[in-house]
Design a protein. Structure first.
Length: 170
């Protein structure tokens, strides 16, 4: 289990980045970080082999074509429950009109509860999380987008790979 000072340090880094990029956004004349919608997501992961579901919020662009979309996902299976909360940043290739690809990453925390039935005792662990992300999305109508997404887990408690689909609503 990680020490609280690492959690506070991670949250401090995320807040610093948000402040710096929000200031940069105002200088570029963009709308900045604000509520632009929310969405749902679901998928499958490998190592641990799980099904997962979650939500995300679209908080807009802090630089041209760079959006901030925090997410929370809850996975079940493989004798463990995993909660992952990420501050995701995506670069969206906006010059492509129908299916827009995006790449980015997420930084956050992963909490894992291990189900040890044979010991009659559950163990848990919390760790920093870093996930490179790639996806493709398309507009279904003016207020809804559909996406496919792949996330790679680079830290010890993250799933090795996640394949997901989702809907973003305005």
């Amino acid at each position: 289990m990680i020490d609280k000072k690492y959690i506070y340090r991670t949250l401090g880094i995320i807040m610093f980045i948000l402040v710096v990029f929000t200031t940069n956004t105002m200088a570029q004349g963009l709308d900045g970080i604000h509520w632009k919608g929310w969405g749902v997501r679901a998928g499958l992961s490998s190592d641990p082999d799980q099904g997962y579901g979650g939500v995300h919020v679209n908080l807009g662009e802090f630089a041209r074509d760079v959006r901030f979309r925090p997410s929370m996902e809850l996975g079940f299976g493989d004798d463990q429950t995993l909660l992952q909360v990420l501050a995701e940043v995506h670069y969206v290739f906006s010059n492509i009109r129908v299916w827009q690809p995006y790449v980015g990453g997420g930084l956050g925390l992963t909490y894992v509860n291990y189900d040890n039935d044979h010991n009659r005792k559950d163990d848990s662990d919390t760790d920093l999380s870093f996930n490179p992300i790639g996806g493709i999305e398309t507009a279904i109508n003016k207020s809804m987008k559909f996406f496919f997404e792949i996330k790679l887990g680079l830290t010890s408690n993250d799933p090795d790979i996640k394949f997901g689909v989702g809907l973003s609503l305005k």
